[in-house]
Design a protein around this ligand. Structure first.
Ligand code: UDP
Length: 314
């Protein structure tokens, strides 16, 4: 198939491109490189002319001269809390205009379209674990709203294109994901803790550290995304690893794994930081036959190894 991946130079999307290329598809990655990284394209270029990189801003549109696609995976967006607070308008516009451009292109090409949505649509959830039928608890004017509401709008737009224009759509709600190719300075807890530990620094735990997250290794997530795209499931589908832990437990694991004696320091909790998050993945299990395969210990080991190598490369 001919496949377009928006945000293809980013963390999750570059792994997705790699997997699709290894399955024999032709892949075009579109990215404006505001949070994507050109270095993530290296392994993709190894696939020769089956891979194309287009440097363009999806907010302005998808270049008209690209050939017709069979599948469009829409992953372009700043995705870490500090990124979307630093890039509020790009976050809002790629979720709104960018999603519209992807959907219009899907309609024109007869392509199937997958929206990368987020567990942030559940906000600071009052239902635990989060199931797709829960409508969420989002502050529409808080600092995270530029992301949360853009993604909620993107879901509404995607459903409208399916309902009123007959476009084939899929919606994945992605929970916390980690692995190689995260940016060391993207502010998310996993790369931050790992790089602090490798530097022998104390890990910066926000608040009391009792808030929880559930971390999924990136190759598991990518496997679920492709299964969803190729399934008949048009309802939103959570993908994430239900293995839930506090940020103090995460810090402890990383300090022990890296032999970092520096411990933790506490910093103020950012506004509207969700107190807990854990996916209910019953739908993905039943409809996609999907289940995370990589254990937390293995995933952390692979991610630490990658950041160590990257630090050596300078
Ligand atoms: N966090 C932390 N220290 C850091 C960065 C993040 O304790 O240096 C916490 C943050 O407050 C949140 C959790 O880790 O409760 C996950 O934050 P992240 O930015 O990775 O993603 P989120 O799930 O909030 O989108």
């Amino acid at each position: 198939m001919r496949i377009l991946v928006t945000g293809g130079a980013g963390f999750v999307a570059s792994h997705l491109c790699e997997r699709l290329l290894s399955e024999g598809h032709d892949v075009t990655a579109l990215d404006n490189l505001v949070t994507g990284d050109r270095r993530n394209l290296g392994p993709l270029r190894a696939h020769g002319d089956r891979f194309t990189f287009v440097e363009a801003d999806l907010i302005a549109g998808i270049p008209a001269d690209l050939p017709a696609f069979d599948r469009i995976y829409h992953l372009a967006s700043p995705a870490s809390p500090i990124d979307y607070v630093e890039l509020p308008f790009q976050t809002l516009y790629v979720g709104s205009d960018g999603t519209r451009h992807g959907l219009e292109r899907a309609q024109a090409d007869g392509a199937r379209f997958l929206l990368a949505s987020t567990s942030e649509v559940y906000g600071d959830p009052a239902v635990h674990p989060q199931v797709e039928s829960y409508w969420g608890n989002v502050n529409p004017i808080g600092p995270r709203s530029v992301y949360d509401e853009a993604k909620r709008y993107a879901e509404a737009l995607t459903v409208a294109f399916a309902r009123y224009k007959g476009v084939q759509t899929r919606i994945v709600r992605i929970f916390n994901t980690y692995g190689p190719r995260m940016r060391a300075n993207d502010g998310r807890v996993m790369p931050t803790f790992i790089n602090q530990a490798l530097d022998g620094q104390p890990l910066t735990v926000f608040g009391d550290g009792l808030q929880t997250r559930s971390f999924c290794y990136v190759t598991d997530l990518v496997d679920g995304i492709i299964r969803l795209m190729e399934s008949d499931l048009t309802e939103p589908c959570n993908l994430g690893n239900p293995h839930e832990m506090t940020m103090l437990d995460l810090a402890d694991h990383i300090n022990r794994f890296t032999d970092n004696p520096a411990g933790v320091v506490h910093r103020p909790l950012p506004k509207d930081d969700p107190t807990r998050r854990q996916p209910d993945i019953s739908r993905a299990r039943a409809e996609l036959g999907w289940e995370p395969q990589v254990s937390f210990a293995d995933g952390v080991e692979r991610t630490v190894a990658w950041f160590r190598d990257r630090a050596l490369q300078g």
